[in-house]
Design a protein around this ligand. Sequence first.
Ligand code: NAD
Ligand code: 44H
Length: 382
Amino acid sequence: MKALHFGAGNIGRGFIGKLLADSGVEVIFADVNEAVINLLKTNRTYGVKIVGDSINTIEQVNNVSGVNSTDEAAIIALFNEVDLVTTAVGPNVLKIIAGTLAKALEARLASGNCKPLNIIACENMVRGTTFLKEQVFTHLNPAVKNQIEQLIGFVDSAVDRIVPPVKPDANDPLLVTVEEFSEWIVDKTQFKGTVPDIKGMEQTDNLMAFVERKLFTLNTGHAVTSYYGKSKGYRFVKESIEDAEVKAFVKSVMQESGAVLIKRYGFDPQAHAAYIEKILKRFANPFLVDDVDRVGREPLRKLSYNDRLIKPLRGTLEYGLPNDNLIRAIAVALCYRNENDPQAVELAKSIADNGVAETVKKYTELQDESVIERIVAAYNAQ
Ligand SMILES: NC(=O)c1ccc[n+]([C@@H]2O[C@H](COP(=O)([O-])OP(=O)(O)OC[C@H]3O[C@@H](n4cnc5c(N)ncnc54)[C@H](O)[C@@H]3O)[C@@H](O)[C@H]2O)c1
Ligand SMILES: O=P(O)(O)OC[C@@H](O)[C@@H](O)[C@H](O)[C@H](O)CO
């Protein structure tokens, strides 16, 4: 089996690429980072260092290669050869690669290739592959869209493994460091043809429960750890979560989002409490060096309507559940400042130019004036 994976970054190399290669799949990484692509082409292998309480080992990933994702002719040719396409490029990049994917799918179908092909976006977003499909479809005519509906599976997924960037290793510049835990869950109802047999890729017909459980627990807690930690002068996730005040606040936010998940999906409250505890432990992994600015990156995305802060808040409003901590968490996120992050710069400028209430309305798309007032009050109290 052959797979084309967009995004040879942390999750691409440290998680999805590794699982595919471990299952005997030949993986070609498509990326815009020429240096990484050249190394992949030359070395054809890289190491993944797995770290945790009971593990510190390097596993080798073999049978890999690279291609520049801006080389449309090469991508189009590869689309005719592969059985699976995956991405881990970041939600904002899906729109950018959609045009190339559309051309490549059109060419595959025009060549008479009738084999089913599945595409899985492995991003932190609710139904990211469905979003990618919508973007791809904006480039295609109805006849091609109809053919795609028959042969191409756009499969949503949930991905979980903490993989911070590491300083390049002199012996293996492609080496990535990952935590031991990993979870990749795919919507089995969306595949076309046979579901590929990938060890570590779990199938479900109830994906939304898993996507929201992960995004509104791990990523909600992670974002709050990062934003609150940064406000207290911390640089790393581990030192933030070791601050008792940060930990208590993060846990209280996760408990509020957890109440929404329990109500919506019928999760067992005790099992969900254990899930929260396990995540708090993962944040404190002493072997991972994870910068709060990586975890807090792109705050406008994190403050958007369907993401990790606003969607759980909307859930509390829907079910009449407590939300004081989520409101404060949103206020803390609005306080995030990072001159190296264009979205953090835009956030600060919007607050300075238009005020907090207008900024909240614009980026979160919340409309309930009383909720916006509570966020503004929490912001002013920070
Ligand atoms: N790192 C984690 O802990 C983690 C865990 C789970 C999910 N995720 C999600 O995985 C996705 C990737 O995150 P990451 O941490 O690996 O980020 P990353 O920045 O390490 O990797 C992204 C890669 O995409 C590449 N890229 C950018 N534009 C591209 C384009 N047009 N074509 C092809 N490649 C392009 C970048 O060069 C980079 O190598 C995000 O959606 C993130 O939310 C990350
Ligand atoms: O990748 P983001 O920016 O959506 O979120 C930052 C982190 O919370 C995230 O990358 C986690 O490390 C990951 O989701 C763990 O599975």
